[in-house]
Design a protein. Structure first.
Length: 138
């Protein structure tokens, strides 16, 4: 499986077929059309360490504590389409994980912007002060 610059060996992807939930008519208890795809991102020799870490973070709840990405596909009634869906979702995650995050450069507020902010705070405080009730006047 080729995703961007990466080449993932087919042996690293484990697929199991289970019965899908929901309505299915007469075949619901006979056909295992849902696909559970597992990919061990942490131990994969195809992934660089930084990409694997980003992939696990991106996967969120779909990643186990051991670093295995689990994708469950049951959108379609046929097993081949669910298999294709699961693989495309893994490919989308891998594509996103390959993008290096842009480094954030620390910046400082300009003196003029600080002065504007303080001026706005002073004006707002003055408006609020005018709203306060004065003691002794009723």
């Amino acid at each position: 499986m080729k995703v961007g610059d990466l080449l993932i060996d087919e042996n690293e992807i484990v697929e199991s077929f289970v019965r899908a939930s929901g309505p299915g008519g007469q075949n619901v208890n006979k056909v295992a059309s849902a696909v559970e795809l597992r990919f061990d991102a942490r131990r994969s020799p195809s992934l660089p360490d930084d990409v694997a870490a980003r992939l696990i973070k991106l996967a969120g709840a779909r990643a186990t504590q051991e670093g295995v990405i689990v994708i469950f596909a049951q959108k379609f009634a046929s097993q081949p389409r669910n298999r294709e869906d699961a693989r495309s979702r893994l490919a989308a995650l891998l594509t996103t994980a390959q993008e290096k995050p842009k480094l954030r450069l620390a910046t400082r507020a300009t003196p003029a912007s600080r002065a504007r902010r303080l001026d706005q705070k002073t004006r707002r405080g003055a408006v609020k002060a005018l709203r306060r009730s004065t003691t002794g006047v009723d």
